[in-house]
Design a protein around this ligand. Structure first.
Ligand SMILES: NC(=O)C1=CN([C@@H]2O[C@H](COP(=O)(O)OP(=O)(O)OC[C@H]3O[C@@H](n4cnc5c(N)ncnc54)[C@H](OP(=O)(O)O)[C@@H]3O)[C@@H](O)[C@H]2O)C=CC1
Ligand SMILES: O=C(O)CCC(=O)C(=O)O
Ligand SMILES: [Mg+2]
Length: 729
């Protein structure tokens, strides 16, 4: 096993790796540090799932499973880049591409009938949504901006859209019948094996059995009433029209991969209700499934003039929709994974509450977030900016995050215990001793789910929060709502640990809405705070605050201290930036910023030094920090526009500053001697390298694939400077 594993992923970060990883490997080798790769890309995961369909040469190892084992050991040192969490349309597109490249994969069975098809479907479903992060996250999350990054953002504030008191942008959430209002929660007093049973007029169905939880696990159950949801969506569509705002829906269909595509599907069905009423049967015959989105629906009905006319007339009577791409006519409801709440809401808020309408113009938006568990965070943020105007990144303090995440904590681990109820009745969660832990009366179509959080991760999270508060010395808030069932159980853990450690006075406990307000007040004064949150708010807040403070969450330090002693270093807090790939393909400019990778690399090397007593790794890591600082100080982050320096330029500068720092340091003479000529060569060739990099920009490029690009072509595109390649080797 290599000393450090650098993950192979998809889209923009993977393109960046084609340029950056050779530099890392070359530099690390000089210190005897090996950097290997493991493939967790969507294409790689698909290929690893169907060995029986592939030739021996085409087969691929199950790298995710290997990494899943590794992260449970003290040896783990993994740099994890963002990867695709696939919606069904993305999964189908990836399968089609791989088939066209000669991999004899089975088609995705849309409506599996035979046992064989059902087995294929089950395998594909295992790859859907957020199928990677939960496997690797065997620890809790520590996300923050490195001091240098925060300082840089303050000194070079980004542009922010203006907020005015009369903005019509607002958040709409359900006032009842949602997951929030139906939640019940209990902490298990002993180890338990649990089953989930639905009892209806026609009998009993075991939805799931044999779920084992250790004593101390907090187990929740709740459901979303489909009747309440549909009524809410219909009402909001009407209100949006009356308001003159854009209708927007913000979900997390990737991580909440069972519940949220269903909720998204209801939004599609309610938005197009008259069409489903008049042409429902014909659309069903064409295989329309609203959960697959408006994009899939339109593709299926494209030859049916009557349905198309009904859609046009329905759309004309509806409010304008918030657009993903107004030039191409791609709406919010086209694909469930296009608008992902953690990225979409902050982008809208940063823009002063504006979204893009179908006419290509900016407009105020009704931000529909059906479940009310976390919607108040965005609602309060928007209210704060309407009252106080936009945040000033030049003077704002920072909100760091300590997030409960380990071992599939809370809602983000709930998909195996989420069910769309087939028939009305009672759902019970029953322990092996016969105790009924939770019980809900449900109707057909309701979405019932159970989530859990285990004792060891919860305690680890509280202790991590105590460590982080001690290190920073600033105000720290547990974002927990004493009146919410689940949060009350967590508070019962938090308070005794704080008291036992004598630090209760250093922490507040506040409901998310109140914590949002206080946190914005704090950073507006230029002070810092730590948000200690559950898993969902970890995700939401580590995009929200960075996007407002730093313009992007890509620059975040994202450390996962694995519970068994290893280290997982995520790069940034955002995703794989599909739009960046489009730009590269169109005009050979990659605006992806690898700052998250730079930060993660420094942490990983330092971790290696600490864990393995490898002092050369420490020297390399310290030099990485100097190089990262150099990139910021000299403004060598990628620009957004073609013809200007891009991701590849930033890697040249990173290599140069890294080599300079290694040549200049005095802790390890052999390393200094090794890197002196490299530093010299990089400096001497500056003009040639920059001109070689600049010369390729402009024309379109062909990567030979999207989900699985051609390796040689990708390398040629991403490493266009022969001079730089010659120095790196
Ligand atoms: N940790 C993980 O593995 C994560 C994976 N994802 C996955 O990523 C995909 C895309 O998700 P999405 O919600 O669209 O969010 P992204 O974070 O990929 O993109 C949102 C926008 O953020 C900006 N951005 C993000 N990263 C960078 C970077 N390194 N450099 C410069 N700009 C950056 C870009 O803005 P601009 O276009 O203005 O340049 C981008 O369009 C999905 O498949 C999702 O599931 C999402 C989050 C985390
Ligand atoms: O795993 C995913 O789909 C996204 C993860 C994410 O958004 C995050 O952890 O911030
Ligand atoms: Mg996120």
């Amino acid at each position: 096993m290599s000393d450090i594993i650098y993950t192979k992923v998809d889209e923009a970060p993977e393109l960046a790796s084609a340029s950056f990883l050779p530099i890392i490997q070359k530099f690390a080798l000089a210190a005897g540090v090996s950097v290997g790769t493991k493939d967790i890309s969507l294409a790689g995961r698909i290929l690893a799932t169907f060995p029986e369909n592939l030739s021996a040469a085409q087969r691929q190892s199950d790298d995710l499973a290997e990494l899943g084992q590794l992260v449970k050991t003290a040896d783990a040192n993994v740099i994890k880049l963002p990867n695709i969490s696939a919606s069904v349309p993305q999964l189908v597109a990836a399968i089609t591409e791989l088939q066209s490249q000669g991999f004899a994969l089975p088609d995705y069975p849309e409506t599996p009938q035979s046992d064989a098809d059902k087995a294929v479907r089950a395998k594909y479903d295992g790859l859907k949504g957020s199928a990677v992060n939960p496997v690797l996250r065997e620890g809790n999350s520590d996300r923050r901006a490195a001091k240098a990054v925060k300082r840089y953002a303050q000194q070079n504030p980004h542009r922010m859209g203006d907020w005015t008191a009369d903005s019509k942008t607002h958040v709409s959430a359900m006032s009842g019948g949602d997951f929030f209002s139906n939640e019940t929660s209990a902490t298990l007093t002993k180890d338990a094996t649990v089953k989930i049973v639905l009892t209806t007029a026609t009998g009993e169905t075991v939805l799931k059995e044999g779920i084992t939880y250790p004593a101390g696990t907090v187990v929740d159950a709740t459901f979303m009433s489909v009747a309440a949801l549909k009524l809410f969506l219909a009402t909001e569509i009407e209100k949006t029209k009356a308001d003159g705002t854009l209708f927007s829906l913000h979900m997390k269909a990737t991580m909440m991969k069972v519940s949220d595509p269903i909720i998204f599907g209801h939004a599609v069905a309610v938005f197009l209700a008259p069409v489903f009423e008049s042409h429902g049967d014909a659309m069903a015959a064409l295989g329309v499934n609203p959960n697959s989105g408006l994009g899939d629906l339109l593709a299926r009905v494209k030859d049916d003039a009557a349905i198309l006319a009904a859609i046009d007339s329905c759309m004309a009577s509806r409010p304008p929709m918030y657009m993903v791409d107004s030039d191409k006519g791609i709406t919010n409801l086209h694909v469930s994974s296009d608008v992902i709440i953690d990225a979409s809401m902050p982008a809208l808020i940063r823009a002063g509450g504006k979204g893009w309408g179908p006419d290509g113009k900016e407009g105020d938006s009704n931000c529909v977030i059906p479940d009310n568990s976390y919607a108040p965070v965005y609602d309060e943020t928007i209210k704060f900016f309407k009252e106080n105007g936009k945040l000033n990144p030049a003077t704002a303090g920072t909100v760091q995050n300590v997030g409960l995440m380990a071992q599939k904590a809370e809602e983000y681990g709930s998909h195996p215990t989420t069910f769309e109820i087939a028939e009305g009745g009672t759902v019970q969660m029953i322990l092996d001793d016969g105790t009924v832990l939770h019980e809900h009366i449900v109707e057909a179509g309701d979405i019932w789910r159970s989530a859990s959080a285990r004792k060891a991760p919860i305690e680890d999270w509280v202790n991590l929060a105590i460590d982080r508060q001690k290190a920073e010395g600033c105000r720290a808030i547990f974002w927990l709502d004493a009146s919410r069932a689940h949060d009350a159980e967590l508070i019962a853990y938090v308070k005794p640990i704080l008291a036992a450690k004598g630090v209760a006075d250093k922490f507040d406990i506040m409901a998310p809405r109140e914590a949002t307000r206080v946190s914005f007040e704090t950073i507006t004064k230029g002070e810092d705070t730590i948000a200690i949150t559950g898993n969902v708010l970890r995700d939401y807040l580590t995009d929200l605050f960075p996007i407002l403070e730093l313009a992007t969450s890509a620059k975040m330090l994202s450390i996962v201290k694995l519970m068994n002693g290893g280290g997982l270093f995520e790069t940034g807090a955002g995703g794989s930036a599909p739009k960046h790939v489009q730009q590269l393909v169109d005009e050979n400019h990659l605006r992806w910023d690898s700052l998250g990778e730079f930060c993660a690399l420094g942490e990983s090397l330092t971790f290696l030094a600490d864990a393995k007593g490898n002092e050369k790794a420490r020297v390399l890591g310290q030099a990485v920090d100097v190089a990262t600082q150099g990139i910021l100080d000299h403004g060598h982050s990628p620009s957004r526009k073609v013809g200007e320096p891009d991701n590849r330029n930033s890697h040249y500068w990173f290599a140069r500053y890294w080599a300079d720092a290694l040549a200049a340091q005095t802790s390890d003479a052999a390393l200094a001697k090794h890197f002196a000529p490299i530093a010299q060569a990089l400096a001497d060739s500056e003009a040639v390298i920059l001109s070689e990099l600049a010369s390729v920009q402009g024309p379109a490029v062909d990567l030979g694939g999207y989900y699985r690009t051609d390796a040689a072509r990708t390398e040629a595109v991403m490493r266009p400077s022969n001079t730089l390649n010659g120095i790196i080797g």
